[in-house]
Design a protein. Structure first.
Lengths: 110, 112
């Protein structure tokens, strides 16, 4: 069965610092992988997705993620975090019955 | 493209009452999904439709829950005999393909 693990419940970074959010997945075939962001009281917004091809994918808002099949990982990165990036981030896997991780809450210190 | 619309945004109901939520997907999207999200958790899959056909239901969807999508347009999610454990955010999403959903802002249900 497909599943997603986000090991970090909460991460705090300083504004301007780099960011990496971890995601590990379990999936029987070539996975469809996604990162979503959710601000308080809002729906989820798609940041980026991976289906196949280049393992480094670029998304919106300056985010990127790298697919590593050998590690079953799809970590999200950003070189320089802005205060407006503070939100909950969810990794997801699958199609038509997409499964989400429990999320990582990002706090940005001034 | 007006996005995915959900109504109501908030619903407070007494335990044992029935509630119904509505989702209007992006008009050209043939796939529609329902998820439930509780505080501090990621969204949990409930069910999905392709056009008017309900193709998969999670075991989370007990017999008190029913979803419909008449004519393959809007969808409704009904919860009968609500329980306090049903308190959650109910999210609807739609897509043209089996990935990259567009989510609505959700309906927050509080059962008192």
């Amino acid at each position: 069965a497909q599943s997603v693990t986000q090991p970090d419940i909460h991460i705090t970074v300083s504004e301007g610092a780099s960011l990496e959010l971890r995601c590990n997945y379990s999936y029987g075939a070539t996975p469809y992988l996604f990162w979503y962001v959710q601000s308080p009281g809002q729906g989820l917004q798609l940041l980026l997705k991976y289906f196949s091809g280049d393992t480094l994918v670029q998304g919106i808002k300056g985010f990127e993620a790298e697919f590593k099949r050998s590690q079953s990982s799809f970590n999200l990165r950003k070189p320089s975090v802005h205060w407006s990036d503070a939100a909950e981030y969810f990794c997801a896997v699958g199609a038509d019955d997409m499964r989400f991780g429990a999320g990582t809450r990002l706090t940005v210190k001034p | 493209d007006t996005g995915v619309s959900q109504d109501p945004r908030h619903k407070i109901t007494k335990r044992g009452q029935n509630v119904t939520f509505r989702c209007d997907p992006i008009s050209e999207h043939n796939r529609l999904y329902w998820y439930r999200q509780t505080l501090g958790q990621g969204p949990e899959f409930l069910t999905y439709f392709q056009n008017e056909a309900q193709l998969e239901k999670s075991r989370l969807l007990s017999d008190r829950f029913s979803a419909e999508r008449p004519k393959g347009s809007f969808s409704t999610l009904e919860i009968q005999r609500t329980e306090q454990g049903d308190s959650a955010m109910y999210l609807c999403a739609s897509s043209l393909e089996a990935w990259g959903y567009t989510f609505g802002s959700g309906t927050r249900l509080t059962v008192v």
